[in-house]
Design a protein around this ligand. Structure first.
Ligand SMILES: C[S@@+](CC[C@H](N)C(=O)[O-])C[C@H]1O[C@@H](n2cnc3c(N)ncnc32)[C@H](O)[C@@H]1O
Length: 246
Protein backbone atom coordinates (compact mmCIF):
# COMPACT_ATOMS: atom_id res chain seq x y z
CA UNK A 1 0.00 0.00 0.00
CA UNK A 2 1.39 3.44 -0.91
CA UNK A 3 1.94 5.95 1.93
CA UNK A 4 -0.78 8.30 0.66
CA UNK A 5 -3.45 5.61 0.15
CA UNK A 6 -4.80 5.97 3.69
CA UNK A 7 -4.68 9.78 3.74
CA UNK A 8 -5.74 10.58 0.16
CA UNK A 9 -8.89 12.47 1.19
CA UNK A 10 -7.10 14.33 3.98
CA UNK A 11 -4.29 15.40 1.70
CA UNK A 12 -6.88 16.62 -0.80
CA UNK A 13 -8.35 18.81 1.97
CA UNK A 14 -4.89 20.36 2.63
CA UNK A 15 -5.45 22.22 -0.63
CA UNK A 16 -7.63 24.62 1.39
CA UNK A 17 -4.72 25.84 3.53
CA UNK A 18 -3.95 29.46 2.55
CA UNK A 19 -0.27 28.81 1.73
CA UNK A 20 -1.13 26.18 -0.86
CA UNK A 21 -3.06 28.58 -3.13
CA UNK A 22 -1.72 31.98 -2.22
CA UNK A 23 1.96 31.08 -2.15
CA UNK A 24 2.72 27.57 -3.50
CA UNK A 25 0.38 27.63 -6.50
CA UNK A 26 0.88 31.35 -7.13
CA UNK A 27 4.69 31.04 -7.35
CA UNK A 28 4.64 27.72 -9.22
CA UNK A 29 2.09 28.71 -11.85
CA UNK A 30 3.71 32.10 -12.45
CA UNK A 31 7.01 30.34 -13.02
CA UNK A 32 5.44 27.82 -15.39
CA UNK A 33 3.76 30.58 -17.37
CA UNK A 34 1.69 30.01 -20.49
CA UNK A 35 1.04 26.31 -21.07
CA UNK A 36 -0.98 26.62 -24.27
CA UNK A 37 -0.13 23.78 -26.65
CA UNK A 38 2.45 22.20 -24.31
CA UNK A 39 2.85 18.53 -23.51
CA UNK A 40 3.13 18.28 -19.71
CA UNK A 41 4.07 15.37 -17.45
CA UNK A 42 2.95 15.90 -13.83
CA UNK A 43 4.87 13.50 -11.56
CA UNK A 44 3.47 12.67 -8.09
CA UNK A 45 0.32 14.38 -9.37
CA UNK A 46 -1.76 13.30 -6.37
CA UNK A 47 -5.42 14.05 -6.92
CA UNK A 48 -4.52 15.94 -10.08
CA UNK A 49 -5.31 19.53 -9.14
CA UNK A 50 -2.36 20.93 -11.08
CA UNK A 51 -2.76 18.39 -13.93
CA UNK A 52 -6.33 19.51 -14.44
CA UNK A 53 -5.40 23.17 -14.24
CA UNK A 54 -2.76 22.76 -16.98
CA UNK A 55 -5.22 21.02 -19.30
CA UNK A 56 -7.89 23.60 -18.56
CA UNK A 57 -5.39 26.35 -19.43
CA UNK A 58 -4.85 24.87 -22.90
CA UNK A 59 -2.03 22.32 -22.58
CA UNK A 60 -2.10 19.96 -25.57
CA UNK A 61 -1.50 16.86 -23.44
CA UNK A 62 -1.24 16.28 -19.69
CA UNK A 63 -0.21 12.98 -18.13
CA UNK A 64 -0.37 12.63 -14.34
CA UNK A 65 1.63 9.89 -12.61
CA UNK A 66 1.38 8.85 -8.96
CA UNK A 67 2.41 5.80 -6.94
CA UNK A 68 -0.81 5.87 -4.87
CA UNK A 69 -3.84 4.15 -6.45
CA UNK A 70 -6.07 6.07 -4.02
CA UNK A 71 -4.71 9.45 -5.08
CA UNK A 72 -5.15 8.49 -8.74
CA UNK A 73 -8.69 7.28 -7.95
CA UNK A 74 -9.50 10.80 -6.70
CA UNK A 75 -7.92 12.29 -9.84
CA UNK A 76 -9.92 9.98 -12.10
CA UNK A 77 -13.13 10.70 -10.18
CA UNK A 78 -12.64 14.45 -10.80
CA UNK A 79 -11.98 13.71 -14.47
CA UNK A 80 -15.20 11.66 -14.74
CA UNK A 81 -17.20 14.41 -13.04
CA UNK A 82 -15.74 17.14 -15.23
CA UNK A 83 -13.69 15.75 -18.13
CA UNK A 84 -10.69 17.77 -19.32
CA UNK A 85 -8.86 14.90 -21.02
CA UNK A 86 -6.02 14.39 -18.50
CA UNK A 87 -4.45 10.92 -18.68
CA UNK A 88 -3.47 9.23 -15.40
CA UNK A 89 -1.07 6.42 -14.61
CA UNK A 90 -0.35 4.61 -11.33
CA UNK A 91 3.42 4.17 -11.27
CA UNK A 92 6.50 4.63 -9.11
CA UNK A 93 8.49 7.48 -10.68
CA UNK A 94 11.75 5.73 -9.73
CA UNK A 95 10.75 2.94 -12.13
CA UNK A 96 9.14 5.06 -14.84
CA UNK A 97 10.36 4.33 -18.38
CA UNK A 98 10.04 6.69 -21.33
CA UNK A 99 6.33 7.35 -21.83
CA UNK A 100 6.73 10.38 -24.10
CA UNK A 101 8.73 13.51 -24.86
CA UNK A 102 7.27 16.35 -22.82
CA UNK A 103 7.90 20.10 -23.07
CA UNK A 104 7.51 20.41 -19.33
CA UNK A 105 7.99 17.82 -16.57
CA UNK A 106 6.71 19.13 -13.25
CA UNK A 107 6.37 17.75 -9.77
CA UNK A 108 4.84 19.11 -6.63
CA UNK A 109 6.31 17.35 -3.57
CA UNK A 110 7.90 14.36 -5.29
CA UNK A 111 11.64 14.76 -4.63
CA UNK A 112 11.12 15.31 -0.88
CA UNK A 113 10.13 11.61 -0.76
CA UNK A 114 13.60 10.44 -1.88
CA UNK A 115 15.30 8.95 1.23
CA UNK A 116 18.76 8.85 -0.35
CA UNK A 117 20.78 10.03 -3.31
CA UNK A 118 20.33 6.85 -5.45
CA UNK A 119 16.53 7.17 -5.20
CA UNK A 120 16.68 10.89 -6.00
CA UNK A 121 18.85 10.06 -9.00
CA UNK A 122 16.27 7.56 -10.29
CA UNK A 123 13.54 10.22 -9.98
CA UNK A 124 15.61 12.78 -11.84
CA UNK A 125 16.61 10.27 -14.54
CA UNK A 126 12.90 9.53 -15.07
CA UNK A 127 12.38 13.28 -15.58
CA UNK A 128 15.34 13.44 -17.99
CA UNK A 129 14.20 10.51 -20.14
CA UNK A 130 10.72 12.02 -20.56
CA UNK A 131 11.80 15.60 -21.26
CA UNK A 132 12.21 17.19 -24.69
CA UNK A 133 15.86 18.29 -25.14
CA UNK A 134 14.73 21.95 -25.03
CA UNK A 135 12.19 21.33 -22.27
CA UNK A 136 12.16 22.45 -18.65
CA UNK A 137 11.52 20.77 -15.33
CA UNK A 138 10.01 22.59 -12.34
CA UNK A 139 9.74 20.91 -8.93
CA UNK A 140 8.20 22.08 -5.65
CA UNK A 141 9.79 20.70 -2.50
CA UNK A 142 10.72 21.50 1.11
CA UNK A 143 13.24 24.27 1.50
CA UNK A 144 16.31 22.27 2.48
CA UNK A 145 17.99 25.45 3.59
CA UNK A 146 15.36 26.30 6.23
CA UNK A 147 17.09 26.32 9.61
CA UNK A 148 15.54 23.65 11.92
CA UNK A 149 15.31 26.27 14.71
CA UNK A 150 12.68 28.00 12.54
CA UNK A 151 10.54 24.90 11.83
CA UNK A 152 8.06 26.12 14.49
CA UNK A 153 7.02 29.05 12.28
CA UNK A 154 5.14 26.58 10.02
CA UNK A 155 2.34 25.99 12.56
CA UNK A 156 0.24 29.10 11.78
CA UNK A 157 0.26 28.01 8.13
CA UNK A 158 -1.30 24.65 8.99
CA UNK A 159 1.59 22.22 9.25
CA UNK A 160 4.58 21.17 11.35
CA UNK A 161 8.07 19.95 10.45
CA UNK A 162 9.83 17.66 12.93
CA UNK A 163 13.21 15.97 12.62
CA UNK A 164 15.96 14.47 14.79
CA UNK A 165 18.82 16.96 14.79
CA UNK A 166 21.34 17.43 13.38
CA UNK A 167 19.95 17.06 9.89
CA UNK A 168 22.13 14.63 7.95
CA UNK A 169 21.67 12.97 4.56
CA UNK A 170 18.45 10.90 4.72
CA UNK A 171 17.17 12.21 8.05
CA UNK A 172 13.38 11.60 8.12
CA UNK A 173 11.43 14.84 8.17
CA UNK A 174 7.95 14.40 9.56
CA UNK A 175 5.46 16.83 8.07
CA UNK A 176 2.25 17.01 10.07
CA UNK A 177 -0.82 18.77 8.71
CA UNK A 178 -3.45 20.48 10.81
CA UNK A 179 -6.51 21.12 8.68
CA UNK A 180 -8.85 24.07 9.31
CA UNK A 181 -11.37 21.65 10.92
CA UNK A 182 -8.69 20.44 13.36
CA UNK A 183 -8.03 17.06 11.66
CA UNK A 184 -4.37 16.05 11.80
CA UNK A 185 -2.31 13.68 9.65
CA UNK A 186 1.35 13.31 8.76
CA UNK A 187 3.65 12.27 5.94
CA UNK A 188 7.32 11.35 6.06
CA UNK A 189 9.73 13.28 3.85
CA UNK A 190 13.51 13.10 3.93
CA UNK A 191 16.28 15.65 4.25
CA UNK A 192 18.99 15.69 1.61
CA UNK A 193 21.33 18.66 1.48
CA UNK A 194 21.06 21.34 -1.22
CA UNK A 195 24.55 20.22 -2.34
CA UNK A 196 23.29 16.65 -2.83
CA UNK A 197 20.39 18.01 -4.88
CA UNK A 198 22.73 20.13 -7.03
CA UNK A 199 25.11 17.21 -7.61
CA UNK A 200 22.34 14.72 -8.36
CA UNK A 201 20.57 17.03 -10.82
CA UNK A 202 23.92 17.45 -12.56
CA UNK A 203 24.49 13.68 -12.57
CA UNK A 204 21.06 13.22 -14.21
CA UNK A 205 22.04 15.72 -16.92
CA UNK A 206 20.54 18.99 -15.61
CA UNK A 207 22.17 22.43 -15.13
CA UNK A 208 22.11 25.18 -14.10
CA UNK A 209 19.77 24.81 -11.13
CA UNK A 210 17.56 27.75 -10.10
CA UNK A 211 16.13 27.76 -6.56
CA UNK A 212 13.04 29.94 -6.48
CA UNK A 213 11.69 31.40 -3.24
CA UNK A 214 7.95 31.35 -2.56
CA UNK A 215 6.04 34.58 -3.12
CA UNK A 216 2.54 35.52 -1.98
CA UNK A 217 -0.28 36.61 -4.27
CA UNK A 218 -1.81 40.10 -3.86
CA UNK A 219 -5.09 38.33 -2.98
CA UNK A 220 -3.32 36.34 -0.25
CA UNK A 221 -1.92 39.52 1.27
CA UNK A 222 -5.26 41.24 1.05
CA UNK A 223 -7.15 38.32 2.61
CA UNK A 224 -4.70 37.40 5.41
CA UNK A 225 -2.73 40.61 5.94
CA UNK A 226 0.98 41.29 5.47
CA UNK A 227 2.00 40.29 9.00
CA UNK A 228 0.48 36.79 8.53
CA UNK A 229 2.96 36.11 5.73
CA UNK A 230 6.03 37.67 7.35
CA UNK A 231 7.53 34.46 8.83
CA UNK A 232 6.60 32.54 5.68
CA UNK A 233 8.52 34.93 3.46
CA UNK A 234 11.46 35.22 5.89
CA UNK A 235 12.01 31.49 6.58
CA UNK A 236 10.59 30.08 3.31
CA UNK A 237 9.44 26.55 4.26
CA UNK A 238 9.14 25.54 0.58
CA UNK A 239 11.24 26.07 -2.52
CA UNK A 240 10.93 25.44 -6.24
CA UNK A 241 13.75 23.91 -8.28
CA UNK A 242 13.76 24.84 -11.95
CA UNK A 243 16.27 23.51 -14.46
CA UNK A 244 16.84 22.12 -17.95
CA UNK A 245 18.87 19.46 -19.71
CA UNK A 246 22.49 20.40 -20.40
C1 LIG B 1 2.38 15.77 -0.97
S1 LIG B 1 1.58 14.80 -2.21
C2 LIG B 1 1.46 15.97 -3.54
C3 LIG B 1 0.37 15.69 -4.52
C4 LIG B 1 0.20 16.75 -5.60
N1 LIG B 1 1.38 16.87 -6.42
C5 LIG B 1 -0.14 18.08 -4.99
O1 LIG B 1 0.69 18.99 -4.99
O2 LIG B 1 -1.25 18.24 -4.48
C6 LIG B 1 2.91 13.78 -2.70
C7 LIG B 1 2.51 12.74 -3.72
O3 LIG B 1 3.70 12.04 -4.12
C8 LIG B 1 3.34 10.71 -4.42
N2 LIG B 1 4.59 9.94 -4.47
C9 LIG B 1 5.49 9.74 -3.48
N3 LIG B 1 6.51 8.98 -3.93
C10 LIG B 1 6.25 8.69 -5.24
C11 LIG B 1 6.92 7.95 -6.25
N4 LIG B 1 8.08 7.32 -5.99
N5 LIG B 1 6.37 7.85 -7.48
C12 LIG B 1 5.18 8.46 -7.74
N6 LIG B 1 4.49 9.19 -6.82
C13 LIG B 1 5.02 9.31 -5.59
C14 LIG B 1 2.39 10.36 -3.29
O4 LIG B 1 1.61 9.23 -3.56
C15 LIG B 1 1.57 11.65 -3.19
O5 LIG B 1 0.41 11.62 -3.99
Amino acid sequence: MAEYDTIANLFQASRNLPFRWHSEAYTYLNLIGNVTGLKILDLACGEGVYSRYFKQQGAAQVVGVDISPEMIALARAAEIQNPFGVEYLVADVTELGKIGEFDLVVSSYLVNHAPDRPTLLKMLQAIARNLHPQGRTINITNNLGQAPETFNICAPYGFTKTAQLPLTEGTPLEVGFILPDGTEFKVIDFYLSPRTYEQTFLQAGFAPIDWIDPEVSPEGIQEWGESYWQDWLTHKPITIISTQLI
